[in-house]
Design a protein around this ligand. Structure first.
Ligand SMILES: [Zn+2]
Length: 132
């Protein structure tokens, strides 16, 4: 008898109820995020899971880093999406606060990220402005 995959019912790092039905389906490549907010959440979850391939794949050509490593990666604690603004069909912004810990101290990353939708219909991260 097949047992349920424990990962399938684990909570999503971005705050969703289930990883598999929240960000997991995007990171696994089964579905494409329909909105910039879904993409942003899945990228946060990919940072938590240190999935460099997904992060590079969802980065705009113009701003994508050549390499991505997690040597100095903080411990991510949680994500709060503050606002999602759709500028037009192919441009959107997502404001969020991500909490993380470095050497036992808690910090906040408050950013407004810009996203673009390519001719293939996929949203990609372009860049962002920090609030503090
Ligand atoms: Zn999620």
């Amino acid at each position: 008898m097949a047992r349920p995959d424990p990962r399938a019912t684990a909570p999503c790092p971005c705050g969703g109820l289930e990883y598999a039905t929240c960000c997991g389906r995007f990171i696994a490549g089964a579905e494409v995020p329909a909105t910039a907010e879904q993409l942003m959440r899945s990228r946060y979850s990919a940072y938590v899971r240190q999935d460099a391939a997904y992060l590079r794949d969802t980065w705009a050509d113009a701003t994508r880093p050549a390499t991505l490593d997690f040597d100095d990666a903080p411990q991510w604690l949680g994500l709060q999406v503050k606002a999602h603004v759709q500028r037009d069909d192919t441009h959107a912004e997502v404001e969020f606060v991500a909490r993380y810990k470095v050497a036992g101290r808690a910090h906040r990353l408050h950013e407004r990220s810009r996203f673009e939708r390519g001719s293939d219909g996929r949203w990609r991260y372009v860049d962002g402005d920090l609030f503090e």
